[in-house]
Design a binder for this molecule. Structure first.
Ligand code: ADP
Length: 546
């Protein structure tokens, strides 16, 4: 082999902010703050203050590899910590405040966090948790002196005092690009949350991908609204990708209600917005209730939706009322998170809106860097015919190879693929579509029924507010689908009407065996349907003919 004659240099997160501070130094970071006002600064400012953060960490005695945790919304101070902590060689542990307090306590201890930086919102929570966080040596409230509350957190430090007194002279250390940079725990729907440890290299490579045209196409021309939280897989990598390309970033702070989001989109001339379906539903409610005309008020061009499936009606509303194209994306904490993105091919140019929406509900095509296969229960590859569905497996340089401290044991198959726990089809053009979570798929007479497809079909009925489908034991077929429905308030709907509505919309043998009506459905801390809880609730349920 002959080696290439190209220069080498580690792909470090500090190089992103260095680049932004030189070549995009005036591009803005706009943040709605916990204190109230909208704050404006630039990449130049973030770079300077991240260096002050790095000096502050040195003063606190933080060493390379130490975990420094945050419990914070999207905002400029959080961004300073993204760069200051990781850039100095420590590991940024972004904690999801929506987890249950016992889970937060568990992961802070499991990660052995040394310091915790947190927003004003979380003062009452930390008052309770501080004595239980065994390894945390100090707590830093991310505000200025005038907002420091009277509270029961011993030795509480003030961010602006701690950081403000530091020099902004700091030389970013250079080290191996495979060094750990940040840590994020999975939400732990089964068992304890598990830690996913990203590296500098994986984060920088993921940023290149996020900026490329057929992925999210983030660029200096964009004003990007990060509704997706910075404690949720590093806000889908946007704080890093933003610095790489110099995109203007707009951070909503704690205000995620429809009105606040709409006003931020309008006032900050947002061109690209990223978030999970739930926040967009709140935005739609605000638009409808106030008869707003988003097309006239806003200049949003693309809306990235991920975290759970983007419903067809949502893609349609963004297209027709906002003039925005929905970029449907799929991924997970273990994948940094980007895996597939639903963008169009030349052959889709002449598609009608209807045809295009049918495509856009798919989660999209594998992006460079992510290899993907679907397999049966025995691990055999299944065809990419858009029909066969199987376990979705992935591998690549921003996919995890193991959880922190070896939790969960060996997680890759013989070919190095990670089992996502999702069940999917892949069509001949490479478009992947999630049909279920592996543990939710209904196994009926040796065939699989997608609970998600049934739920989507059921919510198409105008009287249905929410629907869930679980598999229930059946003497003959092993398992059959049970449809659980929440009616819209004041609406009538019978079992027979519901089944009649589904007839013809799904394969005959997929039709639910029974329909039951409930007042509400259980959800996880991140708003996903809690199927495990539902299965528990319906443990003693028996089908009528059984
Ligand atoms: P995130 O919610 O940020 O994607 P998690 O790791 O909490 O990260 O959850 C990952 C899971 O969420 C995936 O395995 C998949 O089941 C689901 N998911 C993510 N994106 C989509 C999507 N576009 N459509 C359907 N399910 C999705």
């Amino acid at each position: 082999m002959t080696m290439g004659l190209m220069q080498d240099g580690p792909l470090l997160i500090s190089t992103l902010i260095e680049h932004a501070s030189r070549f995009h130094k005036d591009a803005e970071i706009v943040s709605r703050t916990c204190e109230g006002p909208v704050h404006r600064c630039t990449y130049g400012d973030i770079s300077r203050r991240a260096k002050q953060v790095a000096n502050a960490l040195a003063e606190l005695g933080v060493r390379p590899g130490d975990r420094v945790a945050t419990l914070a919304w999207n905002g400029y101070r959080h961004m300073e910590l993204y760069y200051g902590v990781s850039g100095s060689g420590a590991v940024l542990h972004t904690i999801n405040p929506r987890l249950f307090p016992e889970q937060i306590e568990y992961i802070a201890n499991h990660a052995e966090d040394q310091f915790l930086f947190f927003d004003l919102t979380f003062v009452p929570l930390i008052e309770k948790l501080a004595p239980l966080m065994k390894t945390v040596k100090g707590f830093v409230l991310m505000t200025d002196r005038s907002h420091m509350p009277e509270c029961a957190i011993p030795g509480l430090l003030c961010y602006e005092e701690l950081v403000g007194r530091q020099s902004s002279e700091y030389e970013w250390p250079v080290f191996d690009e495979n060094t750990a940079s940040s840590l994020c725990y999975t939400s732990g729907t089964t068992g304890n949350p598990k830690g996913v440890l990203y590296s500098h290299r994986s984060s920088v490579l993921h940023s290149f991908s996020a900026c490329s045209a057929d992925v999210l196409g983030l660029g200096a021309k964009d004003s990007a609204l990060l509704i997706v939280p910075m404690f949720h897989v590093n806000a889908w990598g946007m704080p890093y990708a933003g610095a790489m390309c110099g995109a203007r970033l707009v951070m909503p702070g704690p205000a995620l209600d429809g009105k606040s989001v709409y006003e931020l989109m309008r006032d900050e001339k947002v061109t690209l917005a990223l978030g999970v379906p739930t926040v967009w539903l709140m935005l739609f409610q605000h638009v409808d209730a106030n008869r707003l005309v988003p097309r006239d008020d806003l200049c949003v061009e693309r809306v990235v939706i991920g975290g759970s499936a983007a419903p067809r009606a949502m893609c349609e509303k963004f297209e027709t009322q906002f003039g925005a194209f929905v970029v449907h994306a799929w991924g997970m904490t273990e994948m940094s998170p980007l895996g597939t993105v639903c963008n169009l091919l030349p052959k889709h140019k002449d598609y009608s809106l209807d045809q295009r929406l049918n495509l856009q509900v798919k989660q999209g095509r594998a992006i460079y860097g992510v290899d993907m296969k679907i397999t049966d229960d025995e691990g055999n590859r299944l065809p990419h015919d858009g029909k066969a569905f199987g376990h979705l497996m992935v591998r690549g340089p921003w996919v995890t190879k193991g959880y922190l401290k070896g939790e969960g044991g060996e997680i890759l198959d013989a070919e190095g693929f990670f089992d996502t726990g999702d069940v999917a089809t892949i069509d001949p053009d490479g478009y992947m579509q999630i049909t279920d979570r592996a543990k939710d798929v209904i196994k009926s007479g040796g065939e699989w029924i997608s609970s998600i497809d049934l739920e989507n079909a059921a919510v198409g009925h105008p009287a249905v507010a929410e629907a869930a489908v679980i598999g229930v034991a059946h003497a003959k077929w092993q398992e059959r689908p049970l449809l659980i429905v929440v009616r819209k308030s004041g609406q009538e709907l019978t079992r027979e009407e519901m089944l009649g509505f589904l007839d013809g919309k799904v394969a005959r043998w997929w039709l639910p065996e029974d329909v039951v009506f409930v007042d509400d459905l259980p959800h996880t801390a991140t708003g996903k349907l809690q199927k495990m809880k539902l299965r528990e609730l319906f443990r003693d349920y028996r089908f009528p003919e059984n």
